[in-house]
Ligand binder design. Sequence first.
Ligand SMILES: [Ca+2]
Length: 530
Amino acid sequence: MAMIKDKTKRKLIYPLVSSGLAAALLAGCSGAGSTGSPGPGETAGEQSKEIPYIEVWRNLDSTFAIEKDGPYSKMVQQDTGIGLYMPFVAWNSGSAYVQKLNTRIASGELPDMFMPWQGNEAALIKQGALADLTDLLPKHAPHVWNRIPVEVWDVVRSADPSGNGRIYYVPLVQTYTHYGSYIRKDWLDRVGMQVPKTKDEYVEVLKAFRDKDANGNGDPNDEIPVTGREQGRWMDHLFAMYGVAMWEGLPVWDLHNGELTYSAVTPNMKAALEFVQMLYKEKLLDPNTFLNKGDEWTAKIYNDKAGSWFHINMGMNVRIENIAKVNKDVNLVALGVPKVEGYDGFITNTQINRPQWVIANKNEQTTINALKLLDWSANPANADKTQLGVEGMHYEVKDGKRILLPSDPAKQESKMLASFITGMEEINKQAEIQIASSTPDQKRIFEMRDRIVQDMQPYGRTIAGDGIPSAIYDGFSDLKNHTMYQEYMSKIIIGEWPVSKFDEFVDKWNKSGGAEVTKRARAWYQTVKR
Ligand SMILES: [Ca+2]
C-alpha cells in the first residue's frame, strides 16, 4: 500500500556521517516499501553493505516522520547496522493513530514494529499476526530481557491467550519509586521541628503549620498543612501510611491476608479513613481538598501555602522553581511514609505501564533486527543518545555543555527509540544531563529534586496487582470507575458519615459485583504467581 507521504518532508541538509555509510544511506529510498528489509535496488556501490530497515510506529513527540536517511536513523545505524523509519502518523490522543494503525492491520501490512494501542494487541496475538518473542528476546535483546524483572515477564506471559505463557509484547516499565510525599524543610526550621518519622510526629508538625507563621510572611493563618485534590486524589501518602495500595488516589489491588484484594475494602482503608477524617476535622487537611482542581492545588503549592503533599518525584524541580519565585528560601525534602504502629506503610509501585512494543510476525530476520533496535534503546550505554537525541538536531554543545534545543517540530525527528525501561540508571542520567546544562540557581533546584528522588526510593513496594488487566471489571463500570468508593470515602472524610459506614460500603461493593470482580482478579493472580 502507499506510504503516507509527505507534505512534511524535511528539506534541511544534515552533515553526513561517513562517505561509505552516506552512499548507502542516500541510496536507501525514503519511505518506499514496508517489508523491513531492503529491496534489490536499495544497495549502492560495491563498498556499502545492505542496511536492513525496520518500519517503526509509535506516538510521535514531534509532527515529523522519521526518514530512512534522516539523522536519527543514521545515528542508530552507526551502532546497530539497522535503520528505521516511520511515516507521519498523527497522534490526536491516540484516536488518529489507532485508526491508521488499524487500517494497516486490515490490509495485512503491519508495520514491522509498533506500539499497540487500546488493547489491540490482544486480537493480533490470537490471529498469529505478532511474532513470538520468547526464544529470540534473551539472545538478541539481552538488555531488555535482563533489565525487566522476571515478575513483569510473568505478567506479560499471562497475556498469551493460548495459556502457554509465550511472550508477545515488550512492556513499558519503570523499576524505581515514581511517587513520593514531600514536606517543606524551611517551614519545619521556622517552627523548630524535624522531618516527622511517625504518624504522631507528623500530626504535631501539621498542627504547628496550622497554628504558626510557618511560611514566614507575617500571617499565621495562611498555611495549609497538607493538601489533596477532588475525588480524594493525590494525597496517597495519608493512605500509604496504613498500607493501602493506591494509584494517584485510586484504590488498587494488593495482597491482604495472602489474597489479592481491592485495597478500598480492607480494614487498612477503614483505619486510614478514620485518620484522614481527623485531619479534616482538625483543619490539618485542606478544607477545599474535595473542590481542588489540579490547577488550584498547584497554585496553593506555588504560592507558598502548602506544607506537605504527594506527587511525582521527578517533577519536583518544577514545583520548587515556582515556589522560589514567591519564597527564595524554599527547601523541599522527602517526607517518606511516617510510621503508624501496627501497619506496614509503603508507596505503591507499579512496574508495568502498558504494552510498548510488538513485532509483526513476518520472518525471523525482521524479528531479530527489531529486537536489536530495542536492545539499543534499553542499553544504558546508549542513554545519552536515547535521551538527548541527535547532536545538531535535538541538542548542541556549547562551551563543553550539552544544551537541549527547544522543541521544534519543523526541524526535529521524533526520538523514536527513547528507552521504555526507566530505572534509577535513566533517572540519574537525566539528572546528570539537566545539571550539566543548568545555571547555579537551576542546579540547586535539580540537586534538591534529585535528593528527594533518592530519599523516596526505600519507601516504594511493587504491589501484587501490578499489571492486572482492566477486563476484570467488564460489566461493572461503576466499580472500575471507583464511584462507590469515592462517595463513601469523601463523605466519611468530611464527617458527613461516621467511619462505621465503611462496613456498609464493603457489603454493598461486594454485592454490586465486587465479589465477582474479586474472583476474576484472584484467578488472574494465579496465572502470574510463581
Ligand atoms: Ca504565613
